[in-house]
Design a binder for this molecule. Sequence first.
Ligand code: NAP
Length: 242
Amino acid sequence: MITGGSSGIGAATARRFVAEGAEVLITDINMEAADALAAELGDAVTTFRCDVKSEAEVKAAAEAAYARWGKVDVLVNNAGSELNRPYDETTEDEWDHVLNTDLKGPWLMCKHFVPPMVKAGSGSVINISSLNGLVGFPLSTAYGSAKGGLVVFTRDMAIELATTGVRINCVCPGVIETGMMERWTDRMPDKEAAQTMLKGVMPIGRMGTADEVAGSILFFASADSSLCQGAVLSVDGGFTAQ
Ligand code: NAP
């Protein structure tokens, strides 16, 4: 089960999971993209519309998923929304939109998808936070607060779930070449200069690919990470090693 699974890191994760033989449920608000990916990947993929900001939609998605499959093994809380704005120019609506998508969304998903996992005694939840959740950046108060909150939420949930057989861990990608980064460079006065700057952010001297993040998500989904509970994995080309 992958939220925001129709593009970028979510889509790369869907591709990897299908290649590993999983049945994948993609939820998104962009159903055109979700259905196009499902058509490409075939019968293993099902799509539902679900806005992670809405408890009613998350609850309906959980009920439909459990009615259809009886169990969900892996929940990837990937849907996200970014904002680059000075703290004193951020509007209340922008703050709420980012916090509701990037922090309330994963909580709502856990609230409605995890209890049946607990009942079954197994499951893996992977939250997609960010480099912005670990270190400070300019113009990042809303996004960074949401992603930093998601790191702490992961750790708190890990303690609540510790003896249930359900694991919850967190991946913090660095600068990854996806639609989100494309939108960010589109907003810059000089797109080419912004792209060159992004390539220099991570010590490895390039941006990461969505597939490189999908590999770490697959690790937390698999039994290879059976001792990981509340782990926070930087997938950032050395940025946090500096
Ligand atoms: P992306 O290509 O924009 O994909 C995000 C997907 O989530 C889109 O399909 C988007 O739909 C969907 N979405 C947005 N709001 C939603 C909502 N309320 N409910 C359900 N789906 C929603 O972005 P990405 O770069 O792959 O990012 C995936 C995750 O990685 C995000 O949580 C992001 O914060 C995190 N991340 C990304 C980077 C990076 O460099 N790209 C770095 C660190 C962390 P629409 O297209 O309609 O908006």
